[in-house]
Ligand binder design. Structure first.
Ligand SMILES: Cc1ncc(C[n+]2csc(CCOP(=O)(O)OP(=O)(O)O)c2C)c(N)n1
Ligand SMILES: [Mg+2]
Length: 338
């Protein structure tokens, strides 16, 4: 380990306590070591931290950064969060986590089981100054983010994320499963652990709104933003009524594309005829208003900005139907996952 010149931290779900985040950030700064985070660990090292090395899922997009490392230090990383693809990296990987993690997928060479801050302390022999060029790491992360940007005839999913994030700085966000999840997880900046709530991997549709309800009940002082596909929201639309009844400050942003887009893209990739993926039209604004949730429609940047300003002022739940152009998702999926 003493020989490592470019160690890279891989941060996972078990490192989200504030004390863990503090220890990790201190370690990064002290050793000039970058850290990549899983979806659930977004915010442990903030997106604007000079040591932030992007999102890590065992996909494709992060490979250029991981390939430059000569040692991986997994911190709170449980392989349950990773894409179930073979582990192709040859660098040694060690684990610091509160529990013993399975080593059949990721071949951990050693595991420190226990307190994360203490585990990082024990790595004292990592050089004080690494060989990383953190500016280059940042440029690579920025270039990866650019690959999430699509061009489209009207609102693109990345614009929705970017505009919503800019309007709601510092607010907690929840994210559903689906194609919209890629721009959402990669482009939404998170500054604190658990500032972004996301279901594991691409697991559970119908997560974002109930998760936002939970978050809003815990802290009623700040609004929560729920980013969801239309398919996902259809699975739990009744929860809009719960949010209205409880008077919760939730802004539900629906990526409205009348499709189960992620599945549609996967069908396209396999050259299958689209089947079972068209949702048909849903009058989202009427549906929301029917249960006492104020609603806005947006199909341009300016309309979305206006809708967000109104929704964020509101002391009760609102819904914004963002009519998005899904045509960029195929390229985005290729960029992220290969
Ligand atoms: C409960 C559940 N059923 C099925 C799936 C498989 N699945 C993952 S994404 C997806 C489509 C999501 O569609 P939508 O919510 O409209 O999001 P989009 O992909 O269009 O952004 C499906 C069916 C799942 N993850 N969870
Ligand atoms: Mg959809």
């Amino acid at each position: 380990m003493t020989d490592a010149r470019r160690p890279l931290l891989l941060i996972g779900l078990a490192a989200r306590r504030p004390a863990d985040a503090e220890a990790i950030r201190t370690f990064c700064a002290r050793h000039r070591v970058p850290a990549a985070v899983t979806y659930k660990a977004k915010g442990v090292v903030a997106d604007d931290d000079p040591h932030f090395a992007g999102v890590f899922t065992n996909g494709s997009i992060e490979q250029p950064i991981l390939n430059q490392a000569d040692l991986f230090i997994a911190v709170g990383l449980d392989p349950v969060e990773l894409l179930p693809r073979p582990w192709t990296y040859h660098q040694p990987i060690v684990s610091i986590a509160p529990w013993q993690v399975d080593d059949r997928h990721v071949p951990f060479a050693a595991q420190h089981v226990g307190d994360i801050a203490a585990g990082l302390q024990e790595l004292g022999d990592v050089p004080a100054d690494s060989d990383w060029d953190l500016k280059k790491v940042r440029e690579t992360v920025d270039a990866h983010r650019d690959r999430l940007r699509a061009t489209g005839d009207y609102l693109t999913p990345d614009r929705v994320v970017q505009i919503a994030a800019a309007a709601s700085r510092g607010l907690r966000v929840t994210i559903d499963a689906g194609a919209h999840m890629f721009p959402a997880t990669m482009l939404w900046p998170v500054a604190e652990p658990a500032g972004m709530l996301v279901s594991n991997g691409l697991s559970t549709m119908g997560f974002a709104l109930p998760a936002a309800i939970g978050a809003a009940l815990v802290d009623r002082t700040r609004p929560v933003i729920a980013l969801t596909g239309d398919g996902g929201l259809l699975l739990c639309a009744g929860e809009l009524l719960t949010a209205a009844r409880e008077g919760l400050r939730i802004v539900t942003v629906v990526f409205s594309d009348a499709s189960l887009s992620l599945i549609a893209v996967k069908q396209q990739q396999r050259q299958l005829t689209p089947a079972g993926v068209a949702l048909g039209d849903v009058a989202w604004c009427a549906l929301a208003e029917s249960v006492g949730v104020s609603a806005h429609f947006a199909t341009t940047d300016a309309e979305l900005q206006r809708a967000l300003a109104l929704a964020l002022e509101c002391s009760a739940p609102s819904l914004i139907e963002a009519r998005v152009d899904p045509s960029g998702y195929a390229e985005i999926l290729r960029a992220v996952r290969g």
